[in-house]
Design a protein around this ligand. Structure first.
Ligand code: NAD
Length: 417
């Protein structure tokens, strides 16, 4: 049998298999979920700036639409391949169902290196990719969003191209757009904010007063810096933060206002005088209440898991804990808010963006944040309940909640016999 730890598609299948078995559902549920319902591979011809033609390969995977149209990001990256896209669309099914969003999972991408392309070439690539998949996407079919190396500007070109093809403005096609063409307030901060909402809810269930908790954050980008700032705002003491240049530690708490100012001018945390340097490895092993890995995958591994002294690990990054480390943390009683919930604030506010586009009624930022909190808290509660019912990790519990909901939808729609 192939080593499933190496292939994301096999790993995703294994997680679904396990959830179907634990829930005692019929084999047909797994048979329907083990692969995307629809999967497209497309040629994306792009005229380079020198006049030559280069044909890139693009994908779009629509895993399961029992709960609604499929939804998920688009990445532009040299490692994009069919199995990765399939797996990521399966994880989106879990995220959307867990958050009770009326969506199934989708994902897409183009195998390319954006560093080798000019801005004009990236625009042509974005437009050609949307042309190639235009027949199979749409606000009620499949709704893309930004992911690795794609951004609001790329979403704007894509929605423009689709609107030209359709002959009508179709802002609900895609989310993560600039505010001026139907983006949502609060979208940029949504992932970090949602991470804190979910983690605070778990702390509550564990009897930890979040406002008095001690926090460490790995990664100070879009997710980590927002999470750190909100923790500080809620009264927690952020004792350590880090970026790719190293970490900062102050046992009395880091002044987040000063640090944000420093980061704005210096674009790095290195050299900030309000804290001592700390290595990224030592940061992970600090005796804190909450640790947020919000940078890269595979940071907590079989090698360092036994040294983790946090009571809660809130995963902002995708896949920061390896499966072996997950098992060790579970044995040690460290609770992990899994990435499928931890960073689901992004897709939740993407859903709000789509709702606002469809209704043409735009919300204030406080309205967005209030609703985001409701969704994150509801998902955490459902997941925690499953965790207690079956005695499994929160990560497995997330799959149980999601698979149960998708199976229920497939059953009432008459897909199962
Ligand atoms: P980002 O590029 O804005 O920030 C990444 C941060 O990690 C930077 O501060 C960088 O310096 C730091 N970093 C890089 N290498 C590091 C290292 N070795 N040690 C410590 N820090 C390091 O990215 P982001 O948008 O904040 O995303 C972070 C993670 O969250 C990624 O795994 C991403 O896939 C995931 N995620 C992000 C979103 C979102 O909405 N931004 C949504 C879902 C998942």
């Amino acid at each position: 049998m192939a080593d499933s730890s190496l292939n994301p598609y096999l790993r995703a299948q294994q997680s679904f298999r396990e959830a179907v078995d634990i829930l005692g559902l019929e084999a047909a549920v797994f048979d329907l979920l083990k692969q995307p319902m629809r999967f497209f591979e497309v040629a994306v011809p792009v005229v380079r700036d020198d006049g030559s033609l280069e044909v890139f390969t693009g994908y779009r995977s629509q895993h399961n639409d029992a709960l609604g149209p499929t939804k998920g990001g688009l990445r532009f990256h040299p490692n994009v391949d069919a199995d990765e896209v399939r797996a990521l669309s399966m994880w989106m099914t879990v995220k959307c169902a867990l958050l009770r969003l009326p969506y199934g999972g989708g994902k897409g991408g183009v195998r390319c290196d954006v560093d080798q392309l000019s801005e004009a070439e990236i625009e042509r690539l974005s437009r050609e990719y949307i042309r190639a998949i235009s027949l199979v996407i749409g606000p009620d079919k499949d709704i893309p969003a930004p992911d690795v190396s794609t951004n609001p500007q790329i979403m704007a070109w894509m929605v423009d191209e689709y609107s030209r093809i359709r002959g009508e403005n179709t802002f609900g096609l895609i989310t993560g757009k600039p505010l001026v063409i139907g983006g949502s307030r609060g979208r940029v901060e949504a992932t970090g904010r949602g991470l804190v909402f979910a983690t605070r809810q778990l702390a509550l269930a564990l009897g930890i007063d979040f406002s008095k908790s001690v926090v460490a954050v790995q990664g100070f980008g879009n997710v980590g810096s927002v999470a750190a700032e909100i923790c500080h705002h809620l009264g927690a003491t952020v004792v350590a933060v880090s970026d790719k240049d190293g970490g900062l530690y102050n046992s009395g708490g880091i002044d987040m206002g000063q640090l944000m100012e420093y980061k704005k001018t210096h674009r790095t945390l290195a050299g900030f005088s309000g804290a001592e340097p700390i290595s990224n490895q030592d940061l992970l092993e600090l005796p804190v209440d909450v640790l947020f890995p919000a940078a890269l995958e595979n940071q907590i591994t079989a090698d360092n898991a036994k040294n983790i002294r946090a009571r809660i690990v809130g995963e902002g990054a995708n896949g920061p804990t390896t499966p072996e480390a997950d098992a060790i943390l579970f044995e040690q009683g460290v609770m992990v808010v899994p990435d499928v919930l931890g960073n689901a604030g992004g897709v939740t506010v993407s859903y709000f963006e789509w709702v606002q586009n469809q209704t043409r009624l735009y919300w204030s930022e406080s309205e967005v944040n209030r609703r985001l909190e409701e969704y994150m808290v509801d998902a955490m509660s459902a997941m925690h309940e499953m965790h207690e019912r079956f005695g499994v990790t929160l990560r497995k519990a997330a799959y149980l909640v999601a698979v149960e909901r998708v199976a229920q939808a497939m059953r009432v729609r008459g897909w199962l016999r």
